[in-house]
Design a protein around this ligand. Structure first.
Ligand SMILES: [Zn+2]
Ligand SMILES: [Zn+2]
Length: 308
């Protein structure tokens, strides 16, 4: 349906995948979210959850034929957000285009340079230049904005003007927009947060961020009134202060995520980027803690689809 707007959680875990019977309810794949907006399927992060989406895309391709077009937005290049990418089958199809958008870091000249350094022997057998798809990288970060127009595959990459208008593209021709906000509280190069707008509705994806005392005011403003906020909630409140590798490692305690949701007055909060050590039982408790601060809180689970 062209009017559909939904969020599909393919991977909701952080750091490394988790496996075993104690993790079956929530799932163990690392970060990957697909936002289906009208005629678009936009992918956010390429953790191991991307392999599930790859299977879905390939089934459609085998049923309907090509060409294929994929758009992937990255928060940052940490491995848990990247390990699914070389297993994304459309990269190997000649009638496929793959566009990758992400932040440039200080260590590399471009976002593409960083990714290409990872997908290369001896770390992975096939370097990206040997992949058959038409692949393009784009440095993308605040205040960049991608405007996807009706009936046009490639987005216009632009920046808001002083009046807030989108330069060169009339608003009524924009089907979906993706905006970025820099998050500075994640070692060592920060992250991109994303706001996706479709048909007067908004989804905000803000993972790998450690909450500030008294709230991340820029993120709260960015997420103001959103229909869905997906926020990092890696720890219970006790874990955040008791685990040696928690404070300062760039992730949030659950009540801090819920406070951002409450102050931004969003409709629904999804807790995301689960610690691989937290099993289903611990995550059920984490969800309860979130609901005490913000009632409309749901634990994101692998395979869950939420209609916005
Ligand atoms: Zn992560
Ligand atoms: Zn990270």
């Amino acid at each position: 349906m062209a009017s559909d707007f939904s969020v599909r959680f393919l991977g909701t875990r952080g750091s490394i995948p988790a496996t075993g019977p104690d993790f079956n309810d929530v799932g163990g794949a690392t970060s990957c979210v697909v936002v289906e907006a009208g005629s678009r399927d936009l992918i956010f992060d390429a953790g191991s959850g991307l392999t599930r989406w790859s299977d879905t895309v390939m089934q459609r391709y085998q049923a309907d034929g090509g060409p294929l077009a994929s758009h992937l937005f990255f928060t940052h290049c940490h491995l848990d957000h990247l390990i699914g990418l070389p297993y994304y089958s459309p990269l190997f199809l000649p009638d496929s285009s793959v566009r990758l958008y992400g932040p440039r870091s200080t260590q590399f000249d471009s976002f593409g340079d960083a990714v290409r350094q990872f997908i290369h022997p001896p770390f992975f057998p096939v370097p990206m230049f040997e992949m058959a798809a038409d692949i393009e990288f784009h440095d993308f970060s605040e205040p960049d904005c991608a405007l996807f127009q009706f009936g046009v595959e490639e987005p216009v990459l632009t920046r808001p003007t002083a009046t807030g208008a989108s330069e060169g593209v009339p608003d009524d021709q924009v089907e979906v927009s993706v905006e970025s906000l820099r998050g500075y509280n994640h070692p060592k190069s920060g992250v991109n947060h994303y706001r996706i707008r479709f048909d007067d509705k908004t989804v905000v994806y803000a993972t790998d961020t450690e909450a500030y005392p008294r709230g991340d005011r820029r993120l709260i403003e960015f997420a103001e009134g959103a229909d869905v906020l997906i926020h990092d909630a890696m720890y219970t409140d006790d874990q955040y202060v008791s685990r040696p590798s928690a404070q300062g490692f760039g992730h949030s305690a659950v009540s801090d995520a819920a406070t951002v949701a409450a102050e931004a007055d969003v409709d629904r909060l999804f807790l995301f980027h689960h610690d691989p050590r937290n099993d289903d039982q611990e995550l059920a408790e984490l969800e309860r803690q979130g609901q005490q601060t913000f009632a409309a809180t749901t634990l994101a689970r692998d395979g869950l689809t939420h209609k916005v």
